[in-house]
Design a protein around this ligand. Structure first.
Ligand code: MRU
Length: 362
């Protein structure tokens, strides 16, 4: 997708074919910089510090982390230790485990001398699969947007967090239908939840939508219910970090409250996700999905750009107050109108997912 008129992906290989380059998302929207990941440790650090983030991109970065490990030491012990180190970086997005397991299962039975090449080829394959899945999600989701257009005005879509191309390799999940429909000529306006505490909506989603010339308005997280009560939201589309086989959806903290408000106001609530985000092992998301708790500093402090243009961080809260920072919540399937996947749109139910993915559900 576009930054200043130039096409980018979020992750790519350096000219040496071994080191990995990523966009440093911690600087956006004010500072565009890339980082080089030269080792598995660099990849693990990039995931835990959220230099890269978003479930699909975390998975692809994990896969390249395994490749970097195999490049440096292709032994069984090194592969196992890379798997463990990368898996420990972020607990909620299941794409990470999915990608790491896929690399480990491929590498361990292979001759040691060929493991590095094999790992890079597989990581590249996962990246390409992610792009194809997101493009397909875009096509299926765009149809829903066209159907939602009733009158002359734009379709008003509310989204939470950043489930755009920055959260994937390209295109995004929740934003892919928006980009596709917009490029097909549909008039669209996006309500962008700021998404406290890290503000991925206000910083990353807004940055993406600007790059694609999609009209949008940033709102405080608590504004969505009010907008829905006044008929100002036609559709909600969000992404997912982990979806159970029964259709419960775990996504950035605050998503559940938007689903409740959408349910109360009869607003369709769709979740866009590639099948790599489905955890086929579990059904009950509230009980079984581990919720990441990050540093309280992300709640007590906020970062941005000062009047002189330099990055600043300021404290919001009184000294002595405690804070907690829950990263994700679970929206039970009964509040989800449908799942937009790379194979089509299905109900958020076990039957719905099994119908589209009979080969994956086990
Ligand atoms: O903590 P983050 O920024 O990694 O969380 C990202 C989200 O919650 C996204 O909505 C989710 O990963 C879906 S992305 C395609």
């Amino acid at each position: 997708m576009r930054i200043n008129g130039r096409d980018y992906r979020t992750i790519w290989l350096d000219a040496d074919g071994r080191r990995v380059r990523v966009i440093d998302q911690t600087g956006l929207p004010h500072r565009f910089e890339t980082r080089t990941l030269a080792s598995c440790e660099d990849a693990a650090e990039a995931i835990s510090a959220m230099t890269v983030r978003g479930a699909p991109l975390i998975g692809v970065t994990g896969a390249y982390g395994m490749a970097l490990a195999a490049w440096s030491d292709p032994s069984d012990a090194a592969i196992e230790s890379a798997h463990a180190a990368l898996l420990a970086t972020r607990p909620t997005a299941v794409n990470l485990r999915w990608a790491l397991d896929r690399l480990r299962a491929l590498l361990l039975p292979a001759p040691v001398s060929g493991r590095a090449d094999l790992a890079y080829a597989e990581a590249a394959k996962i990246a390409e699969e992610d792009v194809a899945a997101c493009q397909a999600i875009g096509r299926f989701g765009a149809e829903l947007i066209h159907q939602a257009r009733l009158g002359e005005g734009p379709v008003n879509i509310l989204t939470h967090c950043n489930a755009g191309w920055l959260a994937t390799v390209d295109w995004g999940t929740a934003l892919a239908p928006i980009y596709t429909a917009a490029r097909q000529g549909a008039p669209i306006h996006v309500w962008v939840d700021e998404t406290r505490p890290r503000n991925q909506g206000a910083s990353l989603t807004a940055f993406e939508l600007l790059g694609e010339d999609v009209p949008h308005t940033i709102i405080a997280d608590n504004a969505g219910g009010h907008l829905m009560q006044h008929g100002l939201v036609d559709l909600v589309i969000v992404g997912s970090d982990r979806t159970t086989r029964a259709g419960d959806v775990c996504n950035k903290i605050g998503t559940y409250l938007k689903a409740l408000a959408a349910h109360d106001n009869g607003v369709p609530f769709y979740v866009a996700l590639p099948s790599s985000t489905v955890d086929w092992r579990i059904a009950d998301g509230v009980r079984d999905i581990p919720i990441e708790e990050r540093s309280a500093r992300e709640v007590t402090h906020i970062s941005g750009r000062g009047a002189d243009g330099a990055p600043i961080e300021i404290q919001l809260t009184p000294d002595g107050s405690t804070a907690r920072n829950f990263g994700f919540d679970v929206t039970p399937s009964r509040f989800v109108t449908g799942l937009i996947t790379e194979r089509g749109v299905c109900p958020a139910t076990e039957e719905g997912l099994r119908g589209l993915f009979p080969d994956l559900c086990g």
